[in-house]
Unconditional design. Structure first.
Length: 99
């Protein structure tokens, strides 16, 4: 009974590299998806900046506001995509400290 209670609190599972076949392929796929997202964020940033400038110079306040919002969102997306490894590593390390 006490052994079952111990397993409920600490199953003793830790991440282990090389445990499953295809891990390198999965890493390559995720890296490619991340790169695709960064390229898309660059495109979104460029389009949003053009809409912002066009709205500003044409007096279209709605277009200007939409361009500003798109620019901030695209920049935030690029920030999160670029920091994805660090964010996950940080919270994973924090998770190992939970008792």
């Amino acid at each position: 009974m006490q052994h079952a209670q111990y397993l409920a609190y600490n199953p003793g599972i830790t991440p282990k590299e090389g445990g499953l076949p295809g891990l390198n392929v999965l890493k390559d796929v995720i890296s490619s998806i991340n790169l695709f997202g960064i390229v898309a964020a660059v495109g979104a940033l460029a389009v949003s900046a053009v809409v912002w400038a066009w709205g500003h110079h044409s007096g279209g306040h709605q277009a200007e506001a939409s361009g500003k919002k798109g620019t901030v969102i695209a920049a935030g997306c690029a920030l999160l995509l670029g920091a994805a490894n660090g964010i996950v590593a940080f919270f994973s390390a924090m998770g190992t400290e939970i008792q």
